[in-house]
Design a protein around this ligand. Sequence first.
Ligand code: SF4
Length: 108
Amino acid sequence: MSDNKKALNDVKSYVEKIAERNNWILNPDKETLQNLIEGLMVNINRYGYYNCPCRDSQEDRNLDKDIICPCRYSEPDIREFGHCYCALYFDEDYDFSKSVEMIPERRE
Ligand code: SF4
């Protein structure tokens, strides 16, 4: 892997930092978390930015700027539903005894 490629650990550190900075927590389901981190790693290495792992990229940073992780919708989604659209980040007080549901797409 060349030096400018991000490895899984780089991406993991990135999302951990974002979570910490916002008082969010990462999805506690290890497999889901791993899949999302892998998706972000593919996207940063393919496009050069952290395109949301559950939304299609237009392969243009400017057109995708609202869905660069953490996306523009993450804060209102976490406030309203307790987690972001991909269920990567959760409110620190999220009640995990209830199942994690899909939430509506806030992006137009
Ligand atoms: S929905 Fe979640 S994972 Fe996707 S970009 Fe927004 S914050 Fe990141």
